[in-house]
Design a protein around this ligand. Sequence first.
Ligand SMILES: Cc1ncc(COP(=O)(O)O)c(C=O)c1O
Length: 413
Amino acid sequence: MNNNSITRRNFMKAGGAAAIWIPAAARGYTASEMKDFYSNGEMSIDVSKWELDTPALCVDLDLLEANLDKMAETMSQNGIHSRPHAKTHKCPTIAHMQMDRGSVGICTAKVSEAEVMFRNGIDQILCTTGNVTPTKIARAMRLRQQCQGFIQATDSQKNARLLSEAAVAFGVIADVVVDVDPGIKRTGTPFGKPALELAQLVDQLPGLRFKGMLCYDAAAQHVVGFQTRRDQTLERMVAATETFEAMRSAGLDTEIFSGGGTGTYNIDHEIEHLTDVQVGSYVFMDAQYIAIGGKDDADVYSDFSTSLTIMTTVLNDQYAGKATSDAGAKACTINQPWPLIKGESGMTYRSGSDEFGTITYGESPSKSYRVGDKLEVVVSHCDPVVNLYDQVYAVRNDKVEAVWLISARGMSA
Ligand SMILES: Cc1ncc(COP(=O)(O)O)c(C=O)c1O
């Protein structure tokens, strides 16, 4: 239902707000008003991103679409697929945009994210994190009952046996990939013999069907300098390729060899047998990623554009050399490098305090902020920032075109 007729503004216009003080130049739409304006499927009024109540999370549609198109084109040129990681955006609308551009499925980090994506029409889902507790294993198998395209990762024989028992109890044959550690010892089974033996066990267990392996090299993604990144990635992934070949030689069904990410998307096709990349951050980019440098631009990773920003308002301008804004750690996280102020120079931004951001002026700042002014910052690290917001404003030429729900926000279980 479109509640536009009962918004605060219309209520005031109708003369019902005699007791409410409102300044003549008042602008700003709250998150719930914006959600209502969009509830009939399209924005019922024109709103500029500069009118949003802050802090507000925005995605620039031109930049987002260009990022999605570039990834799709690169994958098709390189002869591999994308299976983008929805842990980055947690937003079914963006997952559908990825699927519409030819992705073979999406990845999720959590079974709860997978449930949300499935409820919102995504039916090819690879859960890249193992589920080890009975609660989560049951949840994964319940999802598998409904979603034929659900694939679960496992990294130990004990876990594989538990998955199989649960699958039998739920009356399903669960598709499983073996998670292989690229050498960073975070998750996954060691490559070589342990990975092969786990794959063979999965293949034999009554409730499971072996689908292949995943090997995500988290340590490679932010290596600074394209050539160093490429050398390290290709060297480290040799063992993964050999493991995949051993699985194949053992007669196993090796349909999937998934890995890679935004930092290595244009390197991953050189990893022999890799079938798809689990790219996540490329949709939004962030201050962390632009610092790593790219193939054609050593200083800035400009292959993809920073589409995700936070709108914030200046709260205090009384102290020399600085101003205070309303987007601190709870709106931006404390990840570093700190957020970057979009379109301005000669000043820095820090989001270290819970509720407050600090703008510090340098030698010749491009502007000086006054209380009530708004500014826009590029996020430090997109994934955890998205998880702080219920909705993201999809903006084109500064105008809000849509309000997208971040439906898997907070789905950390
Ligand atoms: C298992 C896995 N695959 C893929 C990704 C996506 O990586 P990126 O955001 O660097 O593209 C991540 C991100 O942390 C991940 O944990």
